[in-house]
Structures are given as C-alpha cells and as structure tokens.
Design a protein around this ligand. Structure first.
Ligand SMILES: *Cc1c(COP(=O)(O)O)cnc(C)c1O
Length: 463
C-alpha cells in the first residue's frame, strides 16, 4: 500500500516512511492511495476472531510490504498485552440497542493508548530494521503526552521530549508523565499555555540547523499510523453488536477528528456503518460545520473535557480531501484559505454528501454533567466527561432505533475525578496499577517559554 498527501504535492510513500515522517512535506496529511476493501465474506469470516486476530486482518492491507506478517503479529501482540482486558475494547450492552465501547483499558486510561501502543512498537521495529534512531518532540494538553511516553519508555532508538504547560494539566495527567523515570523520557514543563508549547515544537521543527543535529519525528494525531490502529475497534464493535451483516452506528466525542475519522475509514472500506455522530463540547467548530457547511475558527474555551478543547481539527483535512473528490489542489486552496482567514466553506452539494453519514451536536459543561448523572442512575455506568459528550449526542441524534448505536468511551472516569464526583457524588478510584500514582517520584524540568532554552536542553541531554 502506498500513501499520498492530501495536498497532492508530496512524494508517494510506503507505510514505514509515512510512520516515521508524520506530516507530508507539502504540509498535507498522508492517506492511503485507495481504501482497501472489507467484503461481506471477510466480515462473516472475522465474526468470532479475538481483538488481536482481527487487528492483524484489518491492518494487513495498509502495512503489508513494509512490515513482514510475523513481525506485524508480534507488534500487535506486544501492543495489546499492555491492556487490562483481553478484549482490548470491551463492549457493554446498555439495552434498547445502546452499547458502550470502553477504549480506556490501556496503561494511561484513555483511548489514545490503543493507537499509541501500536505506534510505539511499530516505530521500534521499523527503526531497528532501518538501523535509525529518532528524537520525538511533542506538546500535550494531557492525554497524548502520557500515552506517547508510556508507549516509548525504555526504547533504545527513541528519545522523547514532551512539553506540557506548567500548572495547566490535571495532577493525574501530569503524574502519568512525570513519574515515568526511564532514561529516554524527558518531561518539560513550560511556563506558558498549551499553544505556547505547540508553537515551541513547531519552531524547533522549522529550525533547520537544529533539525540537522537531531532526527526529529512526531507522534501527534496526524500520524497515519495512529488513525489506522483505530479502524480496528470500529470493525470489532460492528461485529460484536450488529454482526457481520450490520448496520451499526457510532457516537464519538471529538476534538482533532482522529478517532471519528477512523470510523469513516472503516466505512469507506466497506464496513456497514449507517451513521456517525460527532459530539462536541463548547468548542463546537465541527458541529457548526455540519450545521452550516462553514468551518469558522473561534476562541478556545476551557471545559470539563479538556482533550477536546481545540478549534482546529487537524484530521478533518483527510475527510475534506475525500469530499473534494481527492483533488489535492482544491484541498490546498481550501486549507490555505482557512489558515489565512480562519474560515472556509464547502458547497451545498458537498455538505449534503457529508450529512449522509455524519450528524453532530454540542454540549456545555452543565449538559455534560447531567449526562454523567443520567448514565450513572439509569445504567449504573460512570462516564468521564468526554465520553458523556458522545453519549449525549448519541441519544439526541440517533436516527434509527433498530440500528445498534455504539457510544465510544474515550477515557476512564478516574482520569477526571472532580467532574465525575460533581455529577454523581461518588469519586471514581484509579485502577490498581495506578493506585499509588500520587505517591510516586516525579522527574520534570521547568523551562521558560523560550526556543533557545529548549534547544539547549535537548542538545545537552543528547550529547
Ligand atoms: C484525544 C481525546 C478525545 C478527542 O479525540 P480526537 O481523535 O482528537 O477527536 C476525546 N476524548 C479523550 C479522552 C481524548 O483523550
């Protein structure tokens, strides 16, 4: 399988190069040249496979040629051995065709582990095969950083420098990063906001002499390897709830559009998905887009679901590329307009095509807490605030009662104990493997919001 850029002007690359490259050289995102097919016969044959067996079948056409079959099996086994449930993505039946898929059984309790664990082991394998090493620099507002650190800890060929805004991530989120004491993990608390952290990372990537000294790489959600690993659990959930014949619907709490894009990819491959519901918090740029066809940037508001507090959904570009009939020039023009003016619009016909599959709804913090309470009282399930946004959207936008609706639960409630306690009156406990998190030793360097200081720290650490 080869990959092309959504902007149409970067070299076509195989999977292993896409994995290491992240962003395409023309500023676009890599997508598969064609969507591999999942046929009705495949779905019949896959109905009773374990999660890991299914992962191999789904991932193979995307990766075959870059990684040998045995090695791919090994990567999948190691990635999902880190989960505390053998089903990896266990699904609960809540009655009336409503289901909850729990994606938080990985080491850092958020769905990002599902993709990041795969990515870490895939990186390791590809770097060994090419006899290369990488320096990963990333910025995080919480969940991505800990998932990346957990996936890369202790690996010889990978150094990780993870920036977070000092005092602006929750204690659980901070400690999940700073208590990892492996020598290749370097946590940096920046005196500034998440946007400052992200700007520093971008500036480091754009500093040619610095780049010449270090083989930089990125693991943010635009990396195709993360999206592809997420396709698996949509196929899994569809088989578990609707069976091989389908159809099935999903509701996904959404920020960067990476998670729900994987559901879209599964449908393009042939999975019978009848509806995708995008749940937004008060940062509702996507909901406004699906309502009006205009993508209009606004201010970022802090909410109870901080991992969705963003205004630019990077992965949306991959859907846009398809909506524009895979015309790289049109996609470039649209994204350039968005960067210059903070706004773009699609035609009525294009919006109508998107709406065949997508619905969307937005919820403020009060509505989020009300949904946590409702699921707690009605179903005995404790949702985290992100999952609650998805659940609220599922109930409000569900089209057909006869079609199973799967709510995608993206974080363990104990990651956001204050919001959950405010809604239910009960404080959720961390799982056993993290129960001593608040007592563990931390290691972190505090740094001014200054590119020179950051680069010096990295230079000194790596010499
Ligand atoms: C990252 C994250 C999201 C948003 O996922 P996207 O792929 O960015 O849309 C939702 N919930 C949680 C808990 C997250 O960590």
């Amino acid at each position: 399988m080869n990959y092309i850029s959504t902007r149409g002007a970067a070299p076509t690359l195989p999977f292993d190069d896409v994995l290491l490259t992240g962003l395409a050289s023309d500023g676009g995102l890599y997508v598969p040249e064609t969507w591999p097919a999942i046929t009705p016969a495949d779905l019949e044959a896959w109905a009773d496979l374990s999660y890991r067996e299914l992962a191999f079948r789904v991932l193979h056409p995307f990766i075959g040629g870059s990684i040998a079959d045995d090695d791919l099996e090994g990567i999948i086994d190691r990635a999902y051995a880190a989960f505390d449930d053998p089903d990896v993505a266990p699904i609960k039946d809540l009655g009336d065709g409503l289901h909850l898929m729990e994606l938080f059984h990985g080491p850092t309790l958020a769905f990002k582990d599902v993709a990041m664990q795969f990515l870490g082991h895939a990186f390791d394998h590809v770097l060994q095969a090419k006899d290369q090493r990488v320096v990963i620099i990333g910025a995080t507002s919480g969940d991505t950083g800990s998932a990346a650190i957990e996936a890369c800890r202790g690996r010889d060929a990978i150094e990780v420098f993870m920036l977070h805004p000092h005092g602006r991530v929750s204690e659980v989120q901070r400690r999940q990063m700073t208590t990892v004491l492996a020598p290749n993990i370097h946590n940096i608390a920046i005196d500034g906001t998440f946007d400052d952290c992200q700007d520093l990372v971008k500036a480091a990537f754009n500093d040619a002499p610095f780049r010449a000294r270090h083989p930089l790489s990125a693991v943010n959600s635009i990396n195709w390897a993360r999206v592809v690993a997420q396709i698996v659990y949509y196929v899994w959930a569809s088989l578990r709830t609707a069976g091989p014949g389908g159809p099935c619907a999903f509701a996904v709490p959404t920020g960067n559009f990476g998670n729900v894009l994987a559901a879209y990819a599964a449908r393009q491959m042939g999975l019978p998905v009848s509806q995708l519901v995008v749940g937004s918090n008060r940062n509702d740029i996507l909901t406004r887009f699906f309502d009006t066809g205009a993508m209009q940037m606004g201010e970022v508001h802090p909410t109870l679901s901080p991992s969705m507090d963003i205004q630019v959904s990077s992965n949306f570009e991959r859907l846009l590329f398809d909506l524009l009939d895979r015309d790289g020039a049109a996609c470039t023009e649209t994204m350039d307009r968005f960067r210059a003016s903070g706004r773009f619009e699609v035609s009525e016909a294009t919006l109508a095509r998107a709406r065949v599959l997508f619905d969307s709804a937005a919820y403020d913090d009060e509505a989020t807490k009300a949904t946590i309470r409702r699921f707690f009282e009605l179903h005995g399930e404790t949702l985290d605030p992100h999952s609650a946004v998805g659940a609220a959207a599922a109930l409000d936008r569900r089209r057909e009662e006869a079609v199973p609706m799967v709510v995608v639960a993206t974080a363990h409630p104990a990651k956001f104990p204050d919001a959950v306690e405010a809604a239910t009156g009960e404080r959720p406990a961390l799982p056993a493997h993290l129960s001593d998190l608040l007592e563990r030793e931390e290691r972190c360097t505090r740094l001014a919001n200054d590119l020179g200081a950051l680069e010096s720290l990295i230079d000194e650490t790596l010499t």
